[in-house]
Design a binder for this molecule. Sequence first.
Ligand SMILES: Cc1cc2nc3c(=O)[nH]c(=O)nc-3n(C[C@H](O)[C@H](O)[C@H](O)COP(=O)(O)O)c2cc1C
Length: 250
Amino acid sequence: MRHKNTAAMREFLKGYRAVDEENVYPTDQQERLPMPPMEVRRGGETTALPERDVSPLGVLLENRCSRRSYGGGPLTLEELSFLLWAAQGVKTVNEYRTLRTAPSGGARNPLELYVFVNNVAGLAPGVYHYLALEDKLERLGCRANQADQLTCALAGQEFAGRAPVCLVWTAVPYRSEWRYDSHGHKDILLDAGHSCQNVYLACEELGLGCCALAAYDQEALDELLGLSSAETDSKEAEFAVYACCAGRPA
Ligand SMILES: Cc1cc2nc3c(=O)[nH]c(=O)nc-3n(C[C@H](O)[C@H](O)[C@H](O)COP(=O)(O)O)c2cc1C
C-alpha cells in the first residue's frame, strides 16, 4: 500500500521549472534581512583539536573546490571511466542489492547516471547512460546543438553546458519506495550527494576540475535525457535530481 505522500515527496526531489519562475517570491536575502549565523554556539567547554598529519586523502580534501573553467582540452576515456566508476561503480552484486563505490541508504541504489559527452578523446559527442552493472556506456544519441540545449537545461550555465562532460544523476524513486515508501526519498538525495562528492575527489586525484549543479530546469533536462516527466507517478518514473560538469583546467 503506497503512502499518500509519495507523489508529493517525488515532486520535492525535482528541480525548478522555468514556467514557475514568476511565482518565486523574493527570498529573505533579496529582502535584505540579516543573514543567519554561520555556526551554532551552544556555550559548552571547548577543546582545540590537534594538527592533522598530511595524508593523500587529506591533500585531496584540502585542495578540492568547484572549478568552472576547462580550457585544457579533452578528457581521456580512461579519465571518464574513473569518474563514472567513482560515482556509481558496482563492486559486488547479489540478487537484491549492489554494493558500490558510494554508500546508499539500505543499498537500494535508486540513482542512474548519465553523461553528456562534449569533448572526450575517442568517444563521439552525445548523451550516454552508464550501465553500472556491466561497467559500460550505452549511447542514447546526440543532438546537433547539444551544448546549447544542455546550457539551457542547466539554467543558462554555459560553463556547464559546454564542459567536456556533464554527469547527470536521475532517480528511480520506486527502487527506494519499494522498501521504505515515503521514508526513502530523503535517502535518494543524500545518495546523490555522496556520489557527487566521490566525483569531486576523483577529479582532484586526476587533476581535473568539476562543479556540482543543482540549478537546472526539470522538464528541459528530462527531455534531453529522453525521460518523460508525464509518468511521474509510475513505478518506472525516472527524473534528473543532480548534475556535475567536469573538465581539464587550462
Ligand atoms: C547541492 C549543490 C548544488 C550546487 N549547484 C551549483 C550550481 O548549480 N551552479 C554552480 O555554479 N555551482 C553549484 N554548486 C557549487 C557550489 O556553489 C560550491 O560548492 C560552493 O560555492 C562552495 O565552493 P567549493 O565547492 O569550491 O568549496 C553546488 C554545490 C552543491 C553542493
